[in-house]
Design a protein around this ligand. Structure first.
Ligand code: ZN
Length: 468
């Protein structure tokens, strides 16, 4: 009997099952358009698809009710409910929308990312800022970790997105100290005057108080004319070495006396010639008044005029071959090579090697500083050692640039003549106005009790003061 019951129950169950299946088959269904789970980055407004009611396997136009509270600006998991009422039944379907923050925060460093600092110092934080797309400013959440080679900055946002950035710190000093000399870099000192160190200061990026650590090398012999060097050297704590040099020029001030020689004598001196046109005019005037003069010659003009100067009793003296300051004053050797060249010319013409010379620009020139500090101090000494005697002037006629007017030139000369000194007059026989002024100058001299002489080896030289 029991078996019969069981079969009966099974049959009834089967019947209901069938009934249910058939009813489900005829019930409407909601199908989602798109996925049932959607992940959306926070703040990204997105148009979501909807849902459609299907019945008997076909789309219907039946309206689905949607319950949607998704906030795209706020992270979280949201459920969208789609419902459709079918008689006393409610058909449901859900969709999950997850608003997420997957963007890591950004850390910005103030100051350099690769920083070099002085050895034996600690890095001083220059600042940082952490900004997250969702959390906003999270600078206070930054973890600052000191590492061997720098500083690590780490931060996580509320969604556990992590960022880290490293500031590399190198402890190194490659900058040299700076030595600043007090006083001038080139010092002019009179013979037998003590040298006084004016001092210096040192600045360094990493090492303090370096001024006391400067070592000075080089000596100045104030008893001997010459150019001396003092070198100042200092090293910082990292061994960066700097050095600067001061040039000390010892000069002989006694060479500056210019009221010397025979009182009331006029030495007419002509530089830069000979000149094919003007030198003969001057020679004719000198001849007419039986006046002897001195010609400091160059490589210019015809040889015959040097011969004539010599034969008519004038002194042929040496000026320069090139008359180029750079050539003449860049080195001591350069000076003597130039001088030798013009000396050879004169020797070739008259068979004599003159030793009476005049420096281009005179011994007081400062233009030579552009080429060699102290060269005039050396040369004025050296020429005498080599058997030359140099002659400057104490009256400038102004003919080389001051004037082109013979009358002005005449006035320049006669107004400066002195009875108690020798008068060495600087003129240039390459100038037309000089050839025109010379006769009146001679006449004035003769009428006023002066005598004219050529410079000879025994003549006491007028020396200007040396300025380089
Ligand atoms: Zn000259």
């Amino acid at each position: 009997m029991k078996k019969k019951y069981l079969i009966c129950i099974l049959a009834v169950a089967f019947f209901f099952e069938m009934l249910l299946n058939i009813s489900i088959l005829f019930l409407p269904k909601i199908k989602l358009e798109g996925d049932s789970y959607i992940k959306v980055p926070v703040f990204e407004e997105r148009q979501l698809q909807g849902a459609i009611v299907y019945q008997f396997g076909k789309k219907t136009k039946k309206k689905v009710t949607e319950k949607n509270n998704v906030d795209f600006k706020k992270i979280g998991k949201y459920r969208i409910e789609y419902t459709y009422s079918y008689g006393f039944l409610t058909i449901r379907k859900n969709r999950t929308v997850e608003i997420v923050d997957e963007e890591a925060p950004k850390i910005t460093l103030k100051g350099e990312k690769d920083k070099t600092i002085c050895p034996n110092t600690e890095y001083e934080e220059e600042g940082y800022e952490a900004i997250d797309n969702y959390d906003g400013n999270i600078t206070d959440k930054v973890e600052v970790i000191k590492e061997e080679d720098g500083i690590l900055y780490k931060v996580s946002d509320s969604s556990e997105n992590k960022t880290e950035i490293k500031r590399k710190i190198k402890k190194e000093d490659t900058e040299k100290p700076k030595i600043q000399l007090k006083g001038k870099n080139t010092v002019y000192l009179n013979l037998n005057t003590p040298y006084k160190e004016e001092g210096y200061t040192v600045e360094d990026n990493c090492t303090k108080n370096l001024t006391d650590k400067v070592k000075i090398t080089g000596t100045v012999n104030t008893l001997k004319v010459g150019s001396y060097k003092k070198t100042y050297t200092v090293a910082d704590a990292s061994g960066n070495v700097s050095s600067v040099t001061r040039t000390v020029i010892v000069r002989n001030p006694s060479k500056g006396s210019n009221c010397v020689g025979k009182a009331g004598v006029i030495y007419l001196t002509f530089d830069d010639g000979p000149h094919a046109t003007y030198t003969p005019v001057i020679l004719d005037v000198l001849k007419k008044y039986n006046v002897k003069a001195t010609f400091f010659v160059t490589m210019a003009g015809p040889d015959s005029l040097i011969k004539r100067e010599y034969e008519e009793g004038h002194t042929v003296a040496l000026h320069t071959a090139s008359h180029n300051y750079k050539t003449v004053y860049s080195s001591v050797d350069g000076y003597f090579q130039d001088l030798e060249k013009v000396q050879n010319r004169v020797y070739r013409i008259i068979g004599i090697r003159p030793t009476i010379i005049r420096f281009p620009g005179g011994s007081s020139n400062t233009v030579s500083r552009n080429y060699f500090n102290g060269i005039m101090s050396i040369l004025t000494d050296e020429v005498e050692k080599r058997g030359f005697s140099y002659h400057d002037w104490n009256i400038s006629s102004g003919d080389a640039g001051g004037t082109t007017n013979p009358r002005t030139e005449y006035n320049n000369v006669v107004s400066r003549l002195k009875k108690n000194c020798s008068n060495v007059v600087l003129m240039h026989d390459i100038k037309k106005h000089t050839s025109l002024a010379i006769e009146d100058i001679i006449k004035y001299g003769l009428e006023n009790g002066y005598t004219f002489e050529a410079i000879v080896n025994e003549t006491e030289a007028v020396h200007q003061s040396v300025n380089n």
